[in-house]
Design a protein around this ligand. Structure first.
Ligand SMILES: NC(=O)c1ccc[n+]([C@@H]2O[C@H](COP(=O)([O-])OP(=O)(O)OC[C@H]3O[C@@H](n4cnc5c(N)ncnc54)[C@H](O)[C@@H]3O)[C@@H](O)[C@H]2O)c1
Length: 292
């Protein structure tokens, strides 16, 4: 039996790596990928990732916008995906200050369209979507102090619009899981890094500047801790989760319990920027670092 997997954000860092791994290791999987190839960062990186995927006969690419409801319903009607992995989103915390519209379009409207398409995949008794997996983010933890973070922690105080959209996605998915019995799993990722990663992320920006002998600007005296996750570990996590949808079952009242799960995918060791930069020279006046 062929399994059809629909991956959004397939030209993105995580989406392209997941698609490649599935195409390489799961011969019975057909991967249908969507991406709008937006210019948030250098599109040539996205094109290069796509070129790798297009070598596989089981891969189909559709260029389009998640916010286009007609297109999303058409894709679901035509391909009837059993597994949907929503990785298409406007990422980045800083950019949400200058470009909030992009977050509402891709992360709110786009995700709503995916949920609606999943809901209607069961119309007329069709088997429909067996599992919707979607990306959330560690940014939902905001300024929480308690570590390690747990999905049981309260995350009602987002400190960026990006985080607010990710938390909203979790709430929307829960409502759709409850109302339409759609098995949904949300994954909170923690700073994913690796080859051909996202150039907007600090680790690339820092490396570029240090290689050019320029200084990097750090905040809060470099006292900034982060969990980093290698791309292959994220891909393995998603690939494992995809195959295990939360069970559909009824509660004591006879009504369905929402088949809904939420996981952190990271490790339990944070890196401190201050320690990373300890090799460099400090300029206390402006909190900048450079390599000698
Ligand atoms: N990389 C990380 O460290 C990290 C951490 C936490 C959460 N996440 C989440 O994981 C997911 C994937 O992240 P990534 O690092 O691969 O980012 P990415 O920017 O490399 O990939 C996202 C892809 O989605 C596409 N896209 C954006 N809006 C779209 C739209 N409206 N329609 C169609 N395609 C659209 C982009 O063109 C891009 O190729 C995102 O939801 C992101 O928020 C990533």
């Amino acid at each position: 039996m062929k399994k059809i997997v629909f991956i959004t954000g397939v030209a993105g860092f995580i989406g392209s790596n997941l698609a490649k791994q599935l195409l390489k290791t799961e011969p019975r999987m057909i991967v249908v990928g969507l991406d709008n190839m937006n210019a948030y960062y250098n599109v040539r990186i996205k094109e290069a990732r796509l070129a790798e995927l297009e070598k596989y006969p089981n891969f189909t690419f559709i260029k389009g916008n998640l916010a286009d409801k007609t297109l999303i319903s058409q894709i679901f009607e035509e391909y009837k995906p059993q597994i949907v992995v929503n990785l298409g989103a406007q990422a980045g915390v800083r950019y949400s200050i200058t470009n909030p519209d992009a977050y509402i379009e891709s992360n709110m409207l786009g995700f709503y369209n995916i949920l609606e398409a999943c809901r209607h995949s069961y119309d007329n008794g069709a088997p429909g979507v067996q599992h919707l997996v979607y990306a959330s983010s560690s940014s939902v933890y905001g300024t929480n102090k308690k570590v390690p973070y747990s999905t049981d922690d309260k995350v009602d105080n987002p400190v960026s619009l990006y985080a607010a959209t990710k938390k909203s996605n979790e709430l929307m998915a829960h409502a759709y899981a409850k109302l339409y019995n759609i098995p949904c799993t949300g994954l909170r990722f923690f700073t994913v890094y690796g080859p051909a990663g996202r150039p907007d992320m600090a680790y690339f920006g820092f490396t570029n500047k240090l290689l050019k002998g320029e200084t990097i600007q750090i905040f809060n005296y470099g006292n900034c801790k982060r969990d980093f996750t290698y791309i292959d570990d994220i891909v393995e996590g998603i690939a494992r989760v995809m195959k295990k949808p939360p069970e559909k079952k009824n509660g004591e009242d006879g009504l369905p319990i929402p088949p809904y799960a939420l996981y952190n995918i990271g490790n339990n060791h944070s890196e401190n920027l201050y320690l990373c930069g300890n090799e460099g020279l400090e300029h206390p006046a402006n909190h900048q670092w450079c390599l000698p």
